[in-house]
Design a protein around this ligand. Sequence first.
Ligand code: GLN
Length: 488
Amino acid sequence: MDLAKLTLMELRGALRKGQATAVDAVEAIRDAVEKRDDRVKGYIGADFEAALAEAHRADLNLPLGGIPVAIKDLINVNGQPCSCGSRMLAGTYRSPYDATVIRKLREAGAIPLGRTNMDEFAMGSSTENSGIQLTRNPWDLDRSPGGSSGGAAAVVAADTAIASLGSDTGGSIRQPASFCGVVGLKPTYGRVSRYGLVAFASSLDQIGPITKTVEDAALLLGAIAGVDPKDSTTLQAPVPDYVEGLKGDLKGMRVGLPKEYFIEGTSAGVRAAVDAGIRKLEELGAELVEVSLPHTDPAVAVYYILATAEASANLARFDGVRYGHRSEQGHDLGEHYRKSRSEGFGAEVKRRIILGTYVLSSGYHDQYYTRAQQVRTLIRRDFEEVFSKVDVIASPASPSTAFKLGELANDPLHMYLADVFTIAANLGGICGISVPCGFSEGMPVGMQLLGPALGEPAVLRAAHAFEKATDWHKRRPSLGSTCPIPQG
Ligand code: GLN
């Protein structure tokens, strides 16, 4: 039995039955990484010795006892490097503390294992903006795994991880999950503590699970969710038993289909797979309802104003003095800051800091930032209105399957527009999942299911019922050892 290939629930069962130990599980991940990650490069690094030490002490009676979980490289794990996919932090920063999600994982018995690659500071949709390395899609090594949690999705798809934690500011869990054929859940804003998550856009960021099944996502969400005195934006609401909530069928569930999400621009193969997925939901008893989200059109623009504005403030601390790469040059403080930041940040991060600084500057603040906040309120109200009529919304997670590496790397605007289906959920603070729903030209397609604030139980139940009735999630890429390594 190759333990690395198991789902979280399967591994938990094997550990509890005594068929394997936590040490076996960590060793299985180490072997899988050695065998397969040289082609995918989903991991930036992994401290197997620390994980093995934890595995020896693992309490298998805890909910996630002995389960290794891979961590996106912007979540602080005490004593581990945390580079955020940036040369700004690589080699210079080690976390002095655990993020709340890591503390909670440990309390549930899990073992944080490995740092997964990402777009620098989570800015991007292909992981090509990583300052560390290129990650490849396990389904086609010439393609991107999506982003920004590209490594976190790729390692789950390649069976070099059991499950992982990613972060989603505008789609960065759902889109890479869809590109890699795995499950990705973005929780409601405030459901999961952001303490110890390196901030990109604080009003949009959420941590969430990337897993092989919906049940695994439900289990992992239950472990990391909840109020946290260290993050005042966390919600007071009690954490339900998400796994228990998966029970039940879809009879009478109302599924909204926003007409603005089913327009031209989505590839025919994605459209066909998602349409078939929606028909399956109907077969399972759901009632389909056409709905409208009238402020979908400006959502991408609003996001790129607000997210960059927040990023420009959040990234000010990386100046070579408080945090980050310190330039050898610079004759005075101003020049020292300039050189440190110019050398440490990559092109996309610089572009966003400049854009964000511009939209916040006096004279432009009202024209861009304030107006974007107003439209954000309209987007939020669109969702409130729709969720007064339906339980969940279904759509594609992304208009296309995984991009070819290099295809959009020099076309940032096109890349931004590809976030059209995922971004509004972050602006509205609601929850959403991507679940595998088919293939187009050999590449996985994800169906997105959105729910209202704290609507995770309905979203998970719909996704789980769909998953049980299909076998898309069981397909795995054939990353055989004879597979050629593409050049470039
Ligand atoms: N692709 C979006 C961006 O580039 C979303 C990123 C994210 O969710 N972190 O900002």
